[in-house]
Design a protein around this ligand. Structure first.
Ligand SMILES: [Zn+2]
Length: 121
C-alpha cells in the first residue's frame, strides 16, 4: 500500500491509500478518484516538498463546494452513490445514528456533521 498526498483542482489537499502507483493511475484515468472535500475528479498527486507558501487570503474557500442536500433521503442516496447507482457527488443530509452506523459498516464513506452546533460556554 502506498499513501499519496493528493490535491484536487480546487486546491484541496487530502491523503489516500492505493495498492500501487499503477492502481492510482488506473483509478484516476477512470475518474474514480475524487476530492473528499468538493468531489471533483480532477485530482493530482501533490508535490510533496517544499511546501508552497500560499497567501492565506487566496486560500480561503472562494468556490463553495457544490453539495447536494438530500435531507432524509441521505442513507438511501449515499448507498446508491456508493454502489454506483447514482451520480457521484458530495451530498449532505440527515441520518439517524443507527443509519449512519450501517452505512459506515457497509463501507460507505460518511462524515458526520452536526446540523446545529451546540452552544458551548
Ligand atoms: Zn476539492
Amino acid at each position: 500500500m502506498i499513501k499519496f498526498n493528493l490535491k484536487c483542482e480546487n486546491g484541496h489537499g487530502f491523503d489516500s491509500w492505493f495498492g500501487s502507483n499503477d492502481d492510482f493511475e488506473k483509478l484516476r484515468g477512470r475518474g474514480l478518484i475524487s476530492c473528499v472535500i468538493c468531489g471533483v475528479a480532477e485530482v493530482e498527486k501533490a508535490v510533496m516538498a517544499p511546501r508552497v507558501a500560499l497567501d492565506s487570503n487566496e486560500c480561503a474557500l472562494h468556490e463553495k463546494p457544490q453539495v447536494d442536500d438530500v435531507g432524509r433521503e441521505f442513507p438511501e442516496e449515499a448507498r446508491r452513490i456508493h454502489y454506483g447507482e447514482a451520480r457521484q457527488r458530495p451530498i449532505i443530509g440527515q441520518a439517524k445514528v443507527e443509519e449512519a452506523q450501517e452505512l459506515i459498516n457497509e463501507g460507505v464513506p460518511v462524515v458526520p456533521v452536526s446540523w446545529k452546533p451546540k452552544q458551548v460556554n
